[in-house]
Design a protein around this ligand. Sequence first.
Ligand SMILES: NC(=O)c1ccc[n+]([C@@H]2O[C@H](COP(=O)([O-])OP(=O)(O)OC[C@H]3O[C@@H](n4cnc5c(N)ncnc54)[C@H](O)[C@@H]3O)[C@@H](O)[C@H]2O)c1
Length: 330
Amino acid sequence: MKNLYVISGVTGMTGSELSQQFVAQGHTVIGFDNFFASSIDTVKAIVNNPSFIFYNYDINNLVQMDEVCEKVRSMQSEYHRLVFINCAAVVHTKHFYEVESTFQTNVLAMKDFLERAIALKADTFINCSTSEVYSMQSWNENGGVKESDYLAMSTAEHSQRTSYACGKLMTEFFMKDAVDKKHIKGCSIRFANVYSKHERFAEHIIPHIIDNLLASHVVTLLENSKVNKRTFLHNIDSCRAVMALIESENALDGTVYNVATEEEVTIIELVKKIANKMGIVDVEIKFEGFRKSDPERRLLNTDKIRNRTNWKPIISLDEGLTMCVNSIEK
Ligand SMILES: NC(=O)c1ccc[n+]([C@@H]2O[C@H](COP(=O)([O-])OP(=O)(O)OC[C@H]3O[C@@H](n4cnc5c(N)ncnc54)[C@H](O)[C@@H]3O)[C@@H](O)[C@H]2O)c1
């Protein structure tokens, strides 16, 4: 049976992979993106497919959103399930500090998108939240943080960075409230450090390292990178988590799910791995600048999603980095 998926931020890392998977499975996707942090290239394989209906639209533009909803209304009777997936967000680290745009796009527009899904009697809403909500307590003595752990935010005086986390946390409450009131099924997902071979905006660490290495053999990192460790989630796995949750009726209970790998790497090791894959042996690392409120580790416990669905990551960091390096245009 065919489903109709409505995806915001559809040319982003998770949205684009989801669209390709859904179209390949015979479903239809109505998606939009304003290319804030992506381009049409990520969906070039399906952009002319009649099962992929794309709009170059902004989630904050109510007239454009009315048009998207009108399209959904005109088509929805032909489909088994109507599912909304909210991927659109102001994501990159430099924007974490921009309170107004994170509030507008990440909170107000998410709420509007959820209300539109409910008005259209959509079956399910998937809310992409973030592991940033764990703020400075992103790991503990047992290893990974759980969804049920208490949150301890960095203070507003310490750094504006937490505005992104607070905004996303607010969306988790909207999601929970809508499900508790039985308006819709759904859940929130706390992703940690999604990356993909399509990323060409050097705001995230992997494309930043690749861009530095393409320009010279010197990589400039923040002082934080002398100690920081991270896990990285390939967009094939972020997409598979969304799909697994949609297919698990009892997981759509309005709660949150951590989605991450357990493969921790120091940022310095990450530079060496990427350099090695690019055939560079004489890499030099320079440290410049310091980012406040940046946790040394971010390690998520993913037992909840693994117990409630059959999801587990399938792309190792080594394979994922090879994909990134192989996609560099010669
Ligand atoms: N990338 C990560 O590391 C990460 C980590 C945790 C959570 N998330 C969340 O997962 C979701 C998916 O992110 P992603 O990893 O695919 O990142 P991404 O940046 O690749 O995708 C987000 C997409 O939203 C689009 N967008 C931004 N503002 C928009 C607007 N006003 N109107 C329409 N489109 C807009 C961007 O152009 C981009 O294509 C986001 O909600 C993000 O907050 C991502």
